[in-house]
Design a protein around this ligand. Sequence first.
Ligand SMILES: Cc1cc2nc3c(=O)[nH]c(=O)nc-3n(C[C@H](O)[C@H](O)[C@H](O)COP(=O)(O)OP(=O)(O)OC[C@H]3O[C@@H](n4cnc5c(N)ncnc54)[C@H](O)[C@@H]3O)c2cc1C
Ligand code: SF4
Length: 504
Amino acid sequence: MRRESFHIVIIGSGAGGGTMAHALAKTDVRILVIERGDYVPQEKENWDPAEVWKRLRYRTTEQWLDEKGEPFLPYTHYCVGGNSKFWGSVLYRLRREDFGALQHLDGVSPAWPIDYDTLEPYYERAERLYQVHGQQGVDPTEPSRGPYPHAAVPHAPQIAEMVERLKAQGLHPSALPLGLIRPGEKDGCILCNTCNSFPCKIHAKSDAEVCGIEPALKASNVTLWTNAQATRLLTDPSGKKVEAVEVIRNGETIRVEAPVFVVSCGAVNSAALLLQSANDKHPNGLANSSGLVGKRYMAHLATMMQGFHPFRKNTTVFQKTVAINDFYFRGPGANYPLGHIQTQGRTHGVMAQIVVPWIPLWAYDAWVARGVDWLVMSEDLPSEDNRVTVGRDGQIQLHYRANNLTAHNQLVAEMKRILRRLGFWAIVAHSHKNKNTTHQCGTLCFGTDPRASVLDPFCRTHDIDNLFVVDASFFPSSAAVNPALTIAAQALRVADHIAERSIW
Ligand SMILES: Cc1cc2nc3c(=O)[nH]c(=O)nc-3n(C[C@H](O)[C@H](O)[C@H](O)COP(=O)(O)OP(=O)(O)OC[C@H]3O[C@@H](n4cnc5c(N)ncnc54)[C@H](O)[C@@H]3O)c2cc1C
Ligand code: SF4
């Protein structure tokens, strides 16, 4: 078997791994990024709804099993930049209270081992790296912070008018924080209607390839292997150190050795890699003395909603600029958190047709042209029954039963009332339920107690000194805003920790 050696090996090039590679590129050590997918080509199909939604051109074809053992296609992408290539680029900080224990209807959302102030300087850096546009001081749940690096993207006229009518309802709509490169400027983001769930054809989306990997590769000490899948981490005979990772690249198995390994394969695949790497010293999977590897999987409760009015054409191209956080900590008639609401990218007829295929496309196109799209999102709570397991053949199984549904349904009902007050004639709601893996997190949670967590507060495994995990796995709770900025901020914090202590 061919052998290679580096100082730091980062496995996965998404929000966690790509940010990590960028931050460590300034060191003079040799860094290898291993990515199982390839570059997403820049091609006309990037912005073709039929290619992206019907033919699933960029999704993985890998199947996972659900809790009943039925195969399904996870909503995930294996490519340089990972799922960040397809994100809506809504880059939120968690709320200060999300770092503490929060009582929800279905139980307690547990405290994090770090507080907001610890992560705040890294949020600031992550916002600069990902060029976040926003407006400080409007959102009632906003934690203390300085100004955004870039001014908020202005609302399109129909959205601006709707914002005024939301305010008249007593709500506090705020600007969605968005990672976009020079929106509306020459050679920048053109604020199109194919952003969320589509890759950006002109590379104007702040994703982990554009903002992380590409600049990192300009440094001579960083190497990227694409089409290279890590299949197993190998420990030394004591079991206390990872010596090497086995990688399959273009049909060849390569042993890559290093003093430091950073796993960033996404919450499901990172847990799967650790479970698959079980050996005599770690019979239940690497770093699994707590028995928690793969457990406490969370993914948010998400419902897409559309307000429809037959005589009001929605001419907005880029409508994803508004958030409503009035019910984040308590709802009308509920003394517990309900969640977060944001406008979504425009729905296209082919996307809607996937739900009920017998309705003709022209009817859908006419419908969505008169609709305004929203996403309603609530926190799901960590449960050890919700977990990732791996079969002998490496097959991933996701056991997930949603909890906190009553609070989510209350938020959906409240949003229906809000949309009716805005004058919409019909409101459509749709959820991908258990199959929505886009906001996967929590499978290797961080904490101070090795019996109750897999990672320490710097995302180093309690059991293995030279093994870090920097992706969505570390979340002890899912909060109710989009996760990626927190992944990036923690990646920067862990990178500093590794660099300052020369852990290699
Ligand atoms: C359509 C869509 C829209 C979204 N919108 C938003 C949004 O607006 N805001 C937000 O905050 N979040 C959003 N998200 C979620 C966000 O993309 C994820 O939270 C984030 O990308 C997770 O980062 P990660 O590093 O954990 O994993 P990923 O970004 O998924 O990266 C994991 C990487 O590891 C690679 N990999 C996996 N296994 C292996 C292996 N064995 N060997 C080598 N490489 C491997 C994968 O190919 C991938 O590149 C969205 C997601 C989707 C799919
Ligand atoms: S041009 Fe802007 S809005 Fe369109 S996909 Fe790219 S980043 Fe998103």
